[in-house]
Design a protein around this ligand. Structure first.
Ligand code: WQD
Length: 329
C-alpha cells in the first residue's frame, strides 16, 4: 500500500511512518514543520505546506493522484488543550479545516481508506465511575481541542459515507515512550516530558493535585507506548485493505490505569535518580480517572499493547539523555 501521512514529521506520525516503512510499505508525508522535524521524515517524499489553507485540498488531491496513494492517516493538527481554550476559533480553523481538505482531496482522488487521529479528550471528564470507558459512553469534550476531535469524528463519518470511504477514528489515551532516541517526543506538553523538563532544570517535578478520589490521591490515566499505538494504525489499515469489517471508533490504550505517583516512580527507576515531587493545586479540567476499555480493538482487530509503563518511561528517558531537555511548543 502507499500511505499519505499528514503530520508525518511529528511525534506519533513519525513512529507510524517508521513502522510502515520497516515492513516495506510506501509512504509520503505532508507536514508544515511547525512542530514536526524534517529529520524524522528522512528520505521519504515530503511536502511542506499547511493543509488547513484554501487550495490545500487541490494540492493534496494532486499528491494522492501523482503518487497513487491508497490510504491516508491524518495526524496533522493542533493538540494543546490550553492553547485551544485561548484560541478556539483558530483551533477549529486548523483542525476542522485541515480535516475537511483531506476528506475533500480523498474524494477527488478516489482514495478509500482513512485513519483519523482522535483522542480520549472526546470523553471530557468521563463517566465519573471507576470503570474503564467504552467507545459508546457519553462524549462531552470540555475544551475546544476535544471538541474539534469529536466534531472531526462526525465529519469523518459523514464524508466517509458520502464517498464510500472506509474510515476509522482512533481515540488515543495518554501516549508516551519512544521507538528510538531519534523519534522521541521533543516537546514538554505531557506528564513524562514535563517531569524531564523539571529535572533538567534541577527542579522538582509537579504533581497537579493529590486529593483526588483515587487510591493515592493523584490522577489516574491509561498510558500507552507510542510503538504500540503505531501498530494499532497498521492493524486498522490492514483490516480495511483485507475488506474486513471495522468499527468507526476504537479506544487505544492498555486498559490499565497508573497514577501520577506511579509515573514518577517509573522515572526514578528509569533514571536511577531519587528526587522529590512538589504537590501543586489541581489543574482545571483534569478528570480524576480516565482509563480505556480496550476490548473492542482487541476483539475486532486483534490489537493489544505489548509494552509496559516501564518500557515507555525507559525509552523516553533514553531519548531525553540523547536529545536534551524537551522544549515548550
Ligand atoms: C497526565 C496527568 C495531569 C503534568 C492530555 C490531553 C488529551 C491528550 C493527552 C493529546 C494529569 C498530571 C501533568 C505535570 C502532573 N491530548 N500532570 N504534572 O491531561 O491526561 O491528557 O494529553 O494530544 O486530550 O488532555 O495528559 O500528560 O497533560 O497529564 O501532575 O507536570 O499528569 O494533571 O493527571 P492529560 P497530561
Amino acid at each position: 500500500m502507499t500511505v499519505l501521512i499528514t503530520g508525518g514529521a511529528g511525534y506519533i506520525g513519525a513512529h507510524v511512518l517508521a513502522a510502515l516503512e520497516a515492513r516495506g510499505d510506501t509512504a509520503v508525508v505532508v507536514d508544515d514543520l511547525t512542530t514536526g522535524t524534517p529529520e524524522k521524515v528522512g528520505a521519504t517524499p515530503h511536502f511542506n505546506f499547511d493543509i488547513s489553507t484554501t487550495g490545500a485540498a487541490d494540492a493534496l488531491a494532486d499528491i494522492m493522484q501523482a503518487l497513487e496513494v491508497t490510504s491516508v492517516i491524518h495526524f496533522a493538527a493542533k493538540k494543546q488543550v490550553g492553547e485551544s481554550v485561548a484560541r478556539p476559533a483558530w483551533y477549529y480553523q486548523q483542525n476542522m479545516g485541515g480535516l475537511a481538505n483531506v476528506l475533500e482531496a480523498m474524494q477527488r482522488a478516489d482514495v478509500k481508506s482513512l485513519v483519523f487521529s482522535s483522542s480520549a479528550a472526546v470523553y471530557g471528564l468521563g463517566t465519573g465511575s471507576d470503570e474503564p470507558i467504552r467507545e459508546d459512553d457519553v462524549k462531552n469534550p470540555i475544551n475546544p481541542y476535544g471538541q474539534t476531535k469529536l466534531a472531526g469524528e462526525w465529519l469523518v463519518q459523514a464524508a466517509a459515507k458520502a464517498a464510500g470511504i472506509s474510515a476509522v477514528s482512533l481515540r488515543y489515551f495518554n501516549v508516551a515512550g519512544a521507538g528510538s532516541d531519534e523519534l522521541a517526543d521533543r516537546f514538554a506538553l505531557n506528564l513524562v516530558p514535563m517531569i524531564f523538563e523539571k529535572l533538567a532544570e534541577g527542579k522538582s517535578p509537579l504533581v497537579f493535585g493529590d486529593d483526588y478520589p483515587t487510591p493515592d490521591g493523584t490522577c489516574v490515566r491509561d498510558y500507552v507506548h507510542v510503538v504500540d499505538l503505531a501498530d494499532a494504525h497498521l492493524a486498522v489499515l490492514d483490516a480495511i485493505a483485507a475488506g474486513e469489517p471495522v468499527s468507526a471508533e476504537y479506544n487505544v490504550g492498555r486498559g490499565e490505569g497508573y497514577s501520577v505517583f506511579d509515573v514518577l516512580d517509573a522515572v526514578r527507576r528509569a533514571s536511577g535518580q531519587q528526587f522529590e515531587a512538589d504537590v501543586a493545586p489541581r489543574r482545571p479540567g483534569d478528570p480524576a480517572l480516565l482509563v480505556a476499555d480496550a476490548s473492542r480493538i482487541k476483539d475486532e482487530l486483534g490489537w493489544t499493547a505489548r509494552y509496559s509503563l516501564d518500557d515507555m518511561v525507559t525509552s523516553a528517558w533514553s531519548g531525553f539523555e540523547r536529545n536534551g531537555a524537551p522544549v515548550k511548543a
